[in-house]
Each structure stands twice: as C-alpha cells, then as structure tokens.
Design a protein around this ligand. Structure first.
Ligand code: TRP
Length: 329
C-alpha cells in the first residue's frame, strides 16, 4: 500500500518564500507519489492571541495560496481542520494518555509561553496533542516538516505508542520527513530563520514586484567574495536563487563566486527578477481563487468531506477500543 503523508500549516498570516521553499514546494512534490492529506490547521492558530474577525479570511487565503502554488485537490486531500470536528474528539482522548512533563519539555511551548504576557492557556500546552491527533487520525506514515517540528513528532510517536500498548496495536508510528535542502534565513539577519515575526526578514508569495526588489537589494551580504567559506547572507541568496532561478544561472553565479568575480549587485538583481517571475503566476492564480470565495469554500469543503470520512472510521474504532459503547446518533 502506498505510504500516507499528512502535514499541516497554520493560517497565521501571509505565506513567505521561506514557507514555500521549506514546506509547500515539498508538499506539492509529494502529492504525486504518496496518498497525501494537507490541512489548514485553524484550531492550532488560536493557541496564541488572534483576531476572530480575521480568521475566516486567513483560512480562505491560505487555502487559495496553497492551490495557487500547485497543490491539487484532485491529487491530495486539502481541507480545513475545523471542518472535521473529530480532530477535537481525538485530541481529548489522547490528552488522557499524554504526560504533562513531555508537554513542558517542548521547545516551542517554552518559547511561546515565555513570549506570552499574562496568562498562559492550556491550549498552548496541548498544541502537540492536537497535532498528534491530526496525524494519526489518518494513520499517516510520514509527516513532511522542518527541523523545528521534530520534537513534536517524537512526542506524537510517544503518544501513539502509549495508545497502542494500552488499547491495542492500531496506529502506525508517524515518522518525520525532513525537508531536504537548506533553510531560508532572514534577509536582514541571515543567522535567524526567515520569519513573519522579524520585520524586513521575509518576502511573501503575494508581495508586489517593487517590494520584492527593494527587500532583496537590502539583504545582508558580506564585504566581498573571499573565496572559500561563503558568508551566511550570500549563502542565503544562493539558496533562494537555487529555488527560484533556472539551474544554469545558479551554476554560473556559483562559478563567478568561486573565481572571486561575483558582484553582489548582479546576484541580487537576478535573484529579485527570478522571484518576481516565479511568483507572478502564483499571485495571479491566488487572486483568481479569492475572487470566487463560494467556489473556493466548496473545494475546501469537499476536501473536508473526504477527510471526515476517514476520520469517522478512526473515531469509531478508537471509541470502541477505549471502552465507549454509546452510539452517536
Ligand atoms: N505545528 C506545525 C507547524 O507549526 C503545524 C501542524 C499542525 C502540523 N498539525 C500538523 C504539521 C500535523 C504536521 C502535521 O509547522
């Protein structure tokens, strides 16, 4: 049987080129080889303060952006987490077999809770349980994620094992499928990951061409090609060039670099134009999709129906295994 892939992405704002290179591009490749399920995880996105009025548009926008990037709802299941309420039910059941100590050890929880002023809510701590429910609900084998999610995947395996030993072998233990290739770093600070929370660090997929050019022009480099070791800023520009420009161009720039005759201004101009050109059809397709919100919602709802069909089966089995006998009518 073909291996099954599941991954999720939070609707917390616009998608940047780092998300595209690090995750989305990979998802799109995988949809041809694996049975793939991709989810806009709106329930995860409310574990930090958010604006309920903005959420609906963010969800639609992310759905449209994913499709504009090439995610094909005919090949993969694409759905919105909250349209499959079984995710919350499985989360509760798993909460009863998840150790608090493990949750407290999660780096992401520690980071996010230290940044939180005032109350820290239980949802932030339970976040990885919901993530585990997402994955095992569909009995996924592989979870394409970045390095930062490996710890959550380890916890998912721990919870899965506890379920299987307590109630009977049922769920496969999900494995991370690490995104190959380098991470995209912040343009203005190449020692940090490109992130929506660092102003000036990112380029979104929907950014207008002039703004793309401006941000690339301002990207941090180094005093000049020194031969040998490449500075992190220049390296980051090459990572982007590799992702967005034709391979022969990248190779030529690499040659120039190693011969010490690369001009960073040329590299930047070429890179900016490559990103502009590459993202233009994505921008267009996204606004086309967003221009027909009813159709867009329908596509996502159909994805939800397909996912829910599988989720109901899982929940039915899990209820029985955990000793719940009352029928749901
Ligand atoms: N926590 C993931 C992230 O921040 C998002 C996510 C939620 C996820 N559920 C998932 C990723 C299930 C993979 C599988 O990137």
């Amino acid at each position: 049987m073909a291996k099954k892939v599941f991954s999720g992405i939070q609707p917390t704002g616009e998608v940047h080129v780092g998300n595209y290179v690090g995750a989305i591009r990979n998802w799109i490749k995988l949809q041809d080889t694996y049975e793939s399920i991709y989810c806009v995880v709106d329930y995860h996105s409310i574990t930090i303060p958010y604006d309920a009025k903005l959420l609906p548009q963010r969800v639609l926008d992310l759905g449209a952006t994913l499709m504009a990037c090439g995610l094909d709802p005919e090949k993969a299941i694409l759905f919105v987490q909250s349209s499959v309420p079984e995710h919350t039910e499985l989360t509760w059941l798993l909460t009863t077999i998840t150790s608090i100590g493990s949750l407290e050890r999660m780096t992401q929880f520690k980071d996010k809770s230290s940044r939180q002023k005032g109350n820290i809510f239980a949802g932030l701590m339970s976040y990885p349980i919901l993530q585990t429910a997402d994955i095992i609900m569909y009995k996924a084998d592989l979870v394409p994620v970045g390095e930062d999610q490996v710890q959550h995947l380890e916890l998912a395996r721990e919870i899965t094992r506890r379920f299987n030993t307590s109630f009977g072998q049922y769920f496969p233990e999900p494995q991370p499928l690490l995104t190959s290739g380098a991470k995209v770093m912040a343009l203005n600070d190449p020692t940090a990951k490109m992130s929506k929370s660092i102003e000036g660090s990112y380029i979104t997929l929907t950014e207008d061409p002039d703004s793309i050019r401006k941000k690339i022009r301002r990207a941090v480099t180094d005093p000049g090609p020194q031969g040998g070791e490449m500075g992190p800023g220049v390296n980051n520009l090459f990572v982007l060039l590799e992702a967005f420009a034709p391979a022969d161009l990248t190779e030529q720039f690499r040659d120039d670099y190693s011969q010490g005759k690369l001009r960073y201004s040329d590299l930047k101009n070429t890179l900016a134009e490559a990103i502009v050109e590459y993202t233009e059809p994505i921008r267009e397709r996204r606004s086309e999709l967003l221009g027909k919100p009813a159709e867009l919602k329908e596509i996502l709802a159909v994805g939800g129906d397909k996912a829910r069909k599988q989720a109901r089966e899982t929940i039915r089995d899990v209820r029985e295994m955990m000793g719940f006998q009352m029928p749901v009518r």
